[in-house]
Ligand binder design. Structure first.
Ligand SMILES: Cc1cc2nc3c(=O)[nH]c(=O)nc-3n(C[C@H](O)[C@H](O)[C@H](O)COP(=O)(O)OP(=O)(O)OC[C@H]3O[C@@H](n4cnc5c(N)ncnc54)[C@H](O)[C@@H]3O)c2cc1C
Length: 392
């Protein structure tokens, strides 16, 4: 769509393994499960729009090989399609735990709309849910299930929730929130066995020896990146396809964007895969512009959100887990922010809990070079935009 918006006139074909037209995933663990969002609202490229935009959809079709010399891809239907430019936006699949395979009946993964529909249907006739994984998806599932009245037990192998991306203080806020809402949190434990009982339920045996029973289970332990095609075609990969800031791989005719791309970002030391809605959209825009020889805009500050119960959590920038943030408002009680400053006392990252205005203002402050006045920034009565030192 970005290519068309920027004036591309040649033929565009979109090949997708799923039988559905392209859709947004964030609501799959939230509004869709709760019945608040209809699937049709999630479609980004419905067939009618694709036809209007002259984009050919080949759905339910998997690309099995890339021939870089011939500039063709082969599909599982045996078709060989030529390309001038190839964009790999293959994302990833739900990571499976060895020996703990989802069966789509009592044990589920969560990545696709089909997964979410299966979970929703099973939740409607379940009283209890076991969630494996205390990252964003596991927590959003737990919140959706509690809101739907299910008993929820959540098992997380690490010592705290979202341990890869959150500082300990925010992990503790989330643990407190879920415990208060009645989730039985089992941190620092992991299933060694998970199986359907065959009589409409599941049992899990944990490393600690605990045995858990529930009507259904969802395994939400992250993503396995779909970079095999690129690797088989001889492109450089390292848990993701390596690209330049515009998404170009080492082959000038091939780009990679979204969850599958490992891309340099000025806010990060080394090329990184940022699995977020924002990055998928920005990288699509950058690649479209690069393909059309238009200027690529500078990278934006990474942004991510999650909704759990009545908590809206947003992260702008990449918080330094070792540094001490400024506390603004009352993040512990679910209304306030944590602000990180760089060594020059400029704002570089924010985690906001039910404080979207702080994120909106931080967007305008980050990268401006303005120095933050710590006492004013800590005072939630002072708008964040007024918490900067003014030139005398
Ligand atoms: C349940 C859920 C909730 C989320 N919530 C949030 C949120 O609240 N905020 C946020 O910022 N992000 C969220 N995300 C992350 C966000 O959805 C992803 O970052 C985004 O989907 C990445 O888009 P993508 O196009 O790179 O990859 P994907 O969305 O994974 O799409 C890749 C597509 O390529 C297809 N494919 C793969 N290999 C092939 C092949 N060989 N041939 C043909 N097709 C292939 C796949 O089937 C898939 O349809 C969430 C993700 C999930 C799963």
């Amino acid at each position: 769509m970005a290519l068309r918006r920027h004036g591309a006139t040649g033929p565009i074909t979109l090949i997708g393994r799923e039988p559905l037209p392209p859709y947004e995933r964030p609501a799959l663990s939230k509004g869709l499960l709760l019945g608040e969002t209809a699937f049709e609202k999630l479609l980004v490229l419905p067939e009618t729009v694709a036809a209007e935009q002259a984009i050919t959809l080949r759905l339910g079709t998997t690309v099995t090989a890339i021939d870089r010399a011939a500039q063709t891809v082969t599909t599982d239907a045996g078709d060989v399609l030529p390309y001038g430019t190839l964009i790999l936006a293959t994302g990833g699949r739900a990571r499976a735990l060895p020996g703990l395979a989802p069966d789509g009946r009592d044990i589920f993964a969560i990545r696709t709309a089909a997964d979410a529909e299966g979970i929703r249907a099973r939740m409607a006739r379940s009283r209890s849910l076991l969630v494996i994984g205390g990252g964003w998806l596991g927590l959003e599932l737990a919140a959706s299930a509690r809101k739907s009245g299910l008993d929820v037990t959540l098992v997380e192998a690490g010592p705290r929730l979202c341990g890869r991306v959150l500082p300990p203080a925010v992990s503790a806020i989330l643990a407190d929130l879920h415990t208060r809402r009645g989730v039985d949190l089992r941190l620092g434990d992991a299933p060694v066995a998970l199986a359907s009982t065959g009589t409409g339920g599941v049992t899990a045996r944990l490393a600690s020896g605990a045995v858990l029973a529930a009507d259904m289970a969802v395994v939400a332990v992250g993503l396995t990146v779909e970079d095999d095609l690129a690797r088989a075609a001889g492109l450089a990969t390292a848990d993701g396809i390596l690209t330049d800031p515009a998404g170009r791989t080492e082959d000038p005719a091939i780009f990679a964007i979204g969850d599958v791309a490992r891309t340099p970002h000025p806010a990060l030391g080394s090329p990184t895969r940022l699995e977020s809605w924002q990055m998928a959209n920005l990288q699509a825009e950058a690649a479209a512009r690069a393909i059309l020889n238009l200027a690529v805009p500078p990278a934006e500050t990474p942004w991510f959100w999650s909704d759990q119960y009545d908590l809206n959590l947003q992260i702008l920038g990449l918080p330094d887990m070792a540094a001490q943030p400024i506390r603004r408002g009352s993040p512990e009680t679910g209304r306030g922010s944590l602000l990180w400053l760089d060594p020059a006392e400029r704002l570089c990252a924010v985690i906001a809990l039910n404080a979207p205005r702080d994120i909106a203002m931080a967007r305008r402050l980050i990268g401006t070079g303005l120095v933050i006045d710590r006492p004013r920034a800590a005072d939630a009565a002072v708008p964040l935009k007024d918490a900067v030192f003014r030139a005398a």
